[in-house]
Ligand binder design. Sequence first.
Ligand code: AMP
Length: 281
Amino acid sequence: MQKITSLKECRAAVVALRQQGLTVGFVPTMGALHDGHMALAQQSMRDGHKTIVSIFVNPKQFGVGEDFSRYPRVEDADAVLLEQMGVDFLYLPAVTQMYPDGFATQVRVQGITDYLCGKTRVGHFEGVATVVTKLLNQVQADTAYFGEKDWQQFQVIKRLALDLDISTHIVGVPIVREEDGLALSSRNRYLNATDRAKAPLLYITLCHLADEIVAGGDVAALLKTATHGLTENGFVVDYLELADATTLEPVHNMQKPARLFVAARLGNTRLIDNVGVDIAE
Ligand code: AMP
């Protein structure tokens, strides 16, 4: 695996691959890699691409009081994992290269970002959209892979790629979970033993709710009861909502496939998850 740290090296690597007639798959991450990230890289490799994984803890997507300074940074261990898996390039851009003095542009995707995490994480999706636009432009991959765990982020990225004529094909990869159902996340390592034991309740709650909604239950009443259940178990619920899978607008009456989304804090750790709710159309 080749480590690259500058845009110049990144562009040269991609040009060399193209000259050999090879295609490029790209997986942007913030590091502290786990099997969820690995699933994206594996998909890229399975699709026959030379694969570039980037690690960049993007300061612009963390709000005031969020965990930017304590976000896990374990670059050496990450590099070993990627090398073992057969990833071809690890791209590690510096903050000063991504945001040099005078940097003044922000990418904002309207609509989708009004809901769910967009309501409470002020500026978060602008930070994500800006860095992902830059990374997609830098790498100019054939395909870029994003996890469905961050479903709203995935929709934001699909929208910006379409709107800004970015030719990289945007592909979603299903959520990778622990055996007990907890969605893998770099933030899970913040959980103490008590909270780690409680954390799977988030996914269990979503699955039960999905079944009850499909069975025809009253959506608002079910969401209220489920939120109460999580609160009683020590979660501070940011949102628990049924929403349109593409626009992220709230869905009050289940008439078409939608998704359930949850964000909740256990102690200082914010967890998110989502599941599909499919009814026959
Ligand atoms: P992050 O490092 O948290 O920014 O995540 C980098 C990419 O990995 C994003 O596209 C995430 O959606 C994806 N990802 C993170 N956790 C998971 C998971 N448990 N399953 C699938 N994809 C994931």
